[in-house]
Design a protein around this ligand. Structure first.
Ligand SMILES: Cc1ncc(C[n+]2csc(CCOP(=O)(O)OP(=O)(O)O)c2C)c(N)n1
Length: 292
């Protein structure tokens, strides 16, 4: 969301950290992503009383425990609808979803297009480790076929999905990607996403040192290529071309796409004004207006 309307506070990154111990495995990329989120929050200067962090279930979905914010650790795959409700009820708050590739694209995959096409004014940070970490290593929608996991001991039969193409296709208005080994790039992308008005999606590759032994930090270093200078972030076709990766299979790092479009709360506001002149966000009044 635009941070202009939020209460500002000068806090250090560690003041956004709760006093709950981080329980992720040593070497897990999620640590780097958490640090990048803390830094991005400090850079935005958002007051912790203006921040709502929503998650589903997974290692990554434990993030709300570690942040100093309002929070809800919901059901597996259901962060999207809960965060949508929170944002529409409290458009004055910054809403951030944190979660994994399983949570977001397997069980929760049906919610992704709707947040994007409605341009819900929130930030989705996806910790993409290509595996289900919390449940000890099952194949996920972003797993590579070569991955020998608990459920696919001979490798998998499915090609991995491409989260960036998916989100661009359905109308996300801010799409970026990085990997956990680049904390400054991650923090800058997350800050941009938090300040963006509309649905922002940041895909961050994260090494799972316990269960995914092929997507290592070195693998991501070799995989990622910075987006060339001069890329026009308002050009959807160019963003999709980048999202596909190059002919050698490299993946883009940086901001692929950013445009401004009216958000769901603005659209609802416009409907309320149109039908009754009620310019507040009381959805009960909207429902009343449609009652016979
Ligand atoms: C309805 C339901 N189905 C399955 C589970 C089991 N479950 C918990 S977390 C998880 C997947 C976690 O993977 P991901 O979202 O990629 O996060 P990570 O742990 O890798 O960070 C699954 C299948 C559950 N908790 N609830």
């Amino acid at each position: 969301m635009s941070t202009a309307a939020l209460h500002k506070k000068e806090l250090s990154p560690k003041e956004y950290k709760s006093d709950v111990n981080v329980v992720w495995c040593p070497g897990c990329g999620h640590h780097g992503i958490l640090n990048a989120i803390l830094r991005a929050l400090a850079d935005c200067g958002v007051d912790t009383t203006n921040l709502i962090n929503v998650s589903g279930i997974g290692c990554s979905s434990r993030t709300p425990y570690f942040l100093n914010s309002y929070k809800m650790h919901t059901l597996h795959g259901r962060a999207g609808p809960v965060a949508t409700g929170a944002q529409l009820a409290r458009p004055d708050q910054m809403v951030v979803i944190t979660g994994g590739d399983g949570d977001g694209f397997a069980i929760g995959g049906g919610h992704m297009p709707h947040m994007a096409r409605r341009n819900i004014n929130l930030t989705y940070i996806l910790f993409d480790n290509g595996i289900y970490g919390l449940t000890k290593g099952q194949y996920s929608p972003t797993s590579r076929r070569e991955l020998k996991a608990y459920t696919t001991p001979y490798g998998g039969p499915d090609d991995p999905m491409n989260p960036l193409l998916y989100m661009l296709t359905y109308g996300a208005t801010y799409v970026g990607q990085a990997f956990a080994g680049k904390p400054k790039v991650c923090a800058d992308l997350i800050k941009g996403a938090m300040e963006h008005k509309g649905f922002s999606y940041v895909n961050i590759y994260s090494q799972c040192t316990s269960y995914n032994h092929i997507d290592t930090i070195q693998y991501y270093r070799d995989l990622m290529r910075e987006i060339p200078e001069g890329h026009d972030v308002t050009n959807l076709a160019a963003a999709m071309e980048l999202a596909r990766g190059d002919t050698e299979g490299h993946r883009p790092m940086g901001l692929l796409y950013q445009v401004q479009r009216d958000t769901m709360d603005e659209r609802l506001d416009a409907i309320v004004k149109l039908v009754g002149g009620h310019a507040d966000y009381d959805l009960n009044k909207v429902v009343d207006l449609f009652r016979p």
